[in-house]
Design a protein around this ligand. Sequence first.
Ligand SMILES: C[S@@+](CC[C@H](N)C(=O)[O-])C[C@H]1O[C@@H](n2cnc3c(N)ncnc32)[C@H](O)[C@@H]1O
Length: 263
Amino acid sequence: MPARETRQASRGWWDRNADDYQREHGGFLGGAVGARFVWGPEGLDEAEARLLGPAGSLAGRAVLEVGAGAAQCARWLAAEGARPVALDLSYRQLQHARGAAAGGGGTAPFPLLQADAAALPFRDGAFDLACSAYGAVPFVADPAAVIREVRRVLRPGGRWVFSVTHPVRWAFPDEPGPEGLSVAASYFDRTPYVEQDEDGRAVYVEHHRTLGDRVRDVVAGGFRLLDLVEPEWPEWHDQEWGGWSPLRGHLIPGTAIFVCEAA
Ligand SMILES: C[S@@+](CC[C@H](N)C(=O)[O-])C[C@H]1O[C@@H](n2cnc3c(N)ncnc32)[C@H](O)[C@@H]1O
């Protein structure tokens, strides 16, 4: 599937669905005040995980958030003293990022940019760190191109930490209940998941990569892989998110977080 078609579908889908998405998940993600940086539906919080660096190390760092959505992560980073830039393909998501979606003016205490993650509008080596919580990477046809671009705009030694749906989930129906526990498709089938409108145009697309594919993309993109974090479902957490649920979360991984360092 051509990258352009995926990009058009994603932009349209997130513009149309940003309001519902933020209504449903915005609170879990930290709300308008952005008190949290959550890596995925398991609720792993950067305040505890410190995958971008130890407490106190973010102050003054230039950080790019890729596929930022309403930029809750960037808000948390700014509160830690970092200098974030939040980038997203969807204008409506970015309106939520500046608190303008409700009709007010709204501002964000850091730059917001509408752009494609595969063509970053920054000079080489502009950032110390880059991060993405389910932003862009699971949705693009060519994630290797995104990773190469992130490498280009990072200084050597800079960290790039991104989370995606755990590749194992591809083989299971996207259902939170017991029906989501039986293998129904091949883990090795890279055919994208596509929803179409009545004219056959793609309106929602997700692209699958196996775990090995993702590791190869990271290494070929010029990174060392420092860690691959598979958050376990915490006992206290009873909130479902689509196909992510306590039932499935206790049995199979739902999120993969790649902790990389620019070589
Ligand atoms: C699941 S949201 C993640 C955002 C935020 N971290 C969250 O958890 O809500 C995915 C985001 O990726 C953005 N996105 C999808 N494709 C993109 C692309 N090619 N370039 C930049 N952003 C993209 C979408 O617009 C959307 O805001």
